[in-house]
Design a binder for this molecule. Structure first.
Ligand SMILES: Cc1ncc(COP(=O)(O)O)c(C=O)c1O
Length: 365
């Protein structure tokens, strides 16, 4: 592939000298796992600042952040959680692992939860609303927040794809009682393995998240409640602290790439959205839609351009979700999008020639 969808090798090449020093420093210090290590605390402090929250807790994945978040909101067996059917699978699987029931609500053109459809899905059992800020665009939160207040149901943001994104100037991660992020290698802020964190303004949730992510240990030997193993390694935190210095640059480059796409891609051939005045999107992905999606993937491939589909099978139609009783046609927007969406390369390592080639190839198709 001449232009891969993502290029982690290039990132390693660019950062190798600095990262080797960091790896040496952490491994020489011999403190690999400690939820109060300096690198972890530094990371949590920086993240809370970016997300505009009082607290952040470094964890070992976005998935575990969601599990812990739901658990600390008190979601238990038999409860219901409202979520979209077109996310990464773990937005839903965490709900089922806790014994709760995912209740899906369809999405808008922007692939995010349709706030006008949420109220109908609320029942006495609804214990949380989980909007997913897909592609790096924050959901239309105004109405979701007002429903959350009206029905006294907490919001847990799945902000895995949206570090640094804003809605009316307010950062992703600051809207919910809890917000959950991923630092998976493909994310804008990426670790060299699994990683994630949660943010909150609630001191009780913060304290519990620190303890529950570390087996429930309140000190070296004592456990008041059985916990999980969801803490972040010191090495990942040290690498993320290094990469955080570049986050703004990465976001700006992705935004510049997106602007170029928005201004130059053929709007008669492809459906895609620009950026609304109140949005600040960080473009974890850049998704376009076409009825000829599958042919387009082949065409791009034959021109050496990588692409991806996020996600080809809506979650309610996954075999694992069969027991929930949903059927084809239940969520028309999510289903239609799943057949038409294609994610084109947008990462910060693309050069001008590559971006131009992508646009040229797409417009020639
Ligand atoms: C929307 C969404 N939710 C949850 C996750 C899970 O994060 P992780 O892979 O770090 O467990 C991801 C990323 O993979 C994601 O994109």
């Amino acid at each position: 592939m001449n232009i891969p969808y993502i290029n982690l090798n290039l990132q390693w090449k660019k950062e190798k000298r600095d990262l080797l020093k960091i790896i040496d420093k952490v491994l020489s210090a011999g403190e690999y796992v400690n939820t109060y290590a300096l690198e972890i605390q530094k990371f949590e402090k920086k993240i809370a600042k970016i997300c505009g929250t009082k607290y952040a807790v470094a964890l070992n994945s976005g998935t575990d952040a969601l599990t812990l978040g739901l658990y600390l909101l008190g979601v238990r067996k038999g409860d219901e959680v409202i979520t979209p059917p077109n996310s990464f699978i773990s937005s839903t699987s965490v709900i089922t692992h806790i014994g709760a029931k995912p209740v899906f609500v369809d999405v808008l053109d922007d692939q995010n939860l349709d706030p006008d459809l949420i109220e109908k899905a609320i029942t006495k059992k609804t214990k949380a609303i989980m909007p997913v800020h897909l592609t790096g665009r924050v959901c239309k939160m105004k109405k979701i927040i007002s429903l959350s207040r009206q029905y006294n149901i907490p919001i847990i943001e799945d902000a895995a794809q949206s570090i640094g994104s804003k809605y009316y100037g307010k950062p992703s991660g600051s809207f919910g009682k809890v917000a959950c992020f991923s630092t998976h290698p493909l994310k804008n802020l990426n670790a060299v393995g699994d990683g994630g964190f949660l943010t909150t303004n609630d001191q009780g949730i913060f304290k519990k998240a620190k303890i529950f992510s570390n087996h429930g240990l309140v000190n070296r030997n004592k456990v008041n409640n059985f916990g999980f193993l969801s803490r972040m390694d010191v090495l990942q935190a040290a690498i993320l602290n290094y990469r955080l210095k570049n986050l703004n640059k990465i976001i700006n480059t992705r935004r510049k790439n997106a602007k170029f796409y928005i201004e130059n891609l053929d709007k008669k051939k492809y459906f895609f959205l620009g950026e609304k005045k109140y949005e600040f999107n960080t473009y974890h992905t850049f998704v376009i839609q076409t009825k000829k999606r599958n042919k387009l993937i082949k065409y791009l491939n034959s021109n050496g351009i990588g692409s991806a589909i996020h996600y080809p099978i809506p979650i309610h139609l996954q075999p694992a979700a069969k027991y929930l009783g949903y059927k084809k046609g239940d969520f028309p927007n999510a289903e239609k999008q799943s057949k038409r969406i294609i994610t084109i390369p947008i990462n910060q390592n693309l050069n001008k020639r590559e971006i131009h080639k992508i646009v040229r190839t797409l417009n020639e198709f």
